[in-house]
Design a protein around this ligand. Structure first.
Ligand code: PHE
Length: 339
């Protein structure tokens, strides 16, 4: 009997209850008429006379301890409820810290805004493409090196399914599905099989533009690009066009802007030349128009394409391309923007 009392005493000292129901079942278990302690009181009859005093004392202590414990738990549960009721649910929450846009998004939006003012609308297309939309329709001869595994990530060969290497593929899609006049801007991610370093990555972002209508000339192209350069890099910015080659444009050119770091006097960034290259452009090759079902005898067009990373570097002097995809908030937090 003494053993059992000791056991119960230990048990009771450790009791816990999460809510009123738990507490009630504890009360029933120990203190009700059929509870553990009452049954010990019943057994008390059998205790020998010499032990009655001692065991009686122990039993009374046990009962008091149980009663105290139950009262204590009850008080603490009530206190908890009271505290919850004290919560001020009308209090305004802590202000949510605003994030910043990714620098590439900021610059992409700015480019889109500038060309938007010239009437260009956004067109988008898939990143996983077929050979025809990326290369063949754009007048790439079958043996052109850009089709090589060196440059292009192929998903399957024959039929060739690949990750687009430029967003010109979206222009193909627009030309084959819309009638001129066409004036689209194609932003998006592109992929090339390059070793990753501070100046090259296996994916980057482009914005390409396409304008097709009757009587579109190289002068229109030059005017649009000059407007863009001044809007993007400041009123004093100069441009120059150098002859170049792209399979899908003829004639083709690369455009430089006066170095926006030194203002054209020559610095380390522009390698002392005063000029930095920012985009490729040209008049859409008649072969491209014809293969996309647009009559090249009636329509002409211009196209241009630029890397968003390059423009962002020029605006913000980001030294390492890899920063754009590392998601380091210390880097990203620096780009607070209206865009
Ligand atoms: N598609 C070319 C590239 O990815 C850029 C370009 C677009 C050049 C349109 C001329 C005209 O490099």
């Amino acid at each position: 009997m003494k053993e059992r009392i000791k056991e119960l005493l230990e048990e009771i000292k450790g009791l816990q209850a999460l809510n009123k129901d738990d507490l009630e079942s504890l009360r029933i278990k120990y203190l009700s008429k059929k509870g553990e302690i009452s049954s010990l009181f019943n057994d008390f009859r059998n205790v020998s006379n010499e032990q009655k005093k001692e065991v009686g004392q122990l039993l009374n202590d046990l009962k008091n301890t149980a009663q105290d414990k139950i009262n204590e738990i009850k008080a603490s549960l009530e206190k908890k409820v009271e505290e919850t009721n004290k919560l001020d649910l009308t209090r305004t929450p802590d202000p949510i810290e605003l994030g910043t846009r990714h620098p590439l998004s900021i610059v992409k939006t700015e480019i889109a805004d500038i060309f938007g003012r010239l009437g260009f609308v956004i067109a988008e297309g898939p990143e996983v493409e077929d050979d025809w939309h990326v290369f063949s329709a754009l007048n790439f001869p079958p043996e052109h090196p850009a089709r090589d595994m060196q440059d292009t990530f192929f998903i399957t060969r024959d039929p060739d399914v690949l990750l687009r290497t430029h967003t010109s593929s979206v222009q193909t899609r627009v030309m084959t599905s819309q009638e001129p006049p066409i004036r689209v801007l194609c932003p998006g991610r592109v992929y090339r099989n390059e070793a990753i370093s501070y100046r090259a990555h296996c994916f980057f972002h482009q914005v390409e533009g396409l304008y097709i209508d009757k009587n579109v000339t190289f002068a229109d192209l030059k005017q649009a690009l000059l407007y863009f350069a001044k809007e993007m890099f400041g009123e004093g910015t100069k441009i120059r066009l150098r002859p170049s080659y792209f399979p899908f444009t003829e004639p083709s050119a690369e455009m430089d802007i006066s170095c926006n770091l030194c203002g054209g006097t020559g610095c380390a960034f522009c390698k002392g030349t005063g000029w930095v290259e920012i985009l490729g452009c040209g008049m859409v090759d008649p072969n491209v128009l014809d293969s996309c079902g647009i009559d090249s005898k009636v329509y002409t067009g211009y196209a241009f394409g630029m890397g968003i990373e390059r423009i962002t570097n020029l605006k913000y002097q980001v030294k390492d391309l890899r920063m754009f995809s590392e998601n380091d908030v210390r880097f990203l937090n620096q780009f607070k923007s209206a865009y």
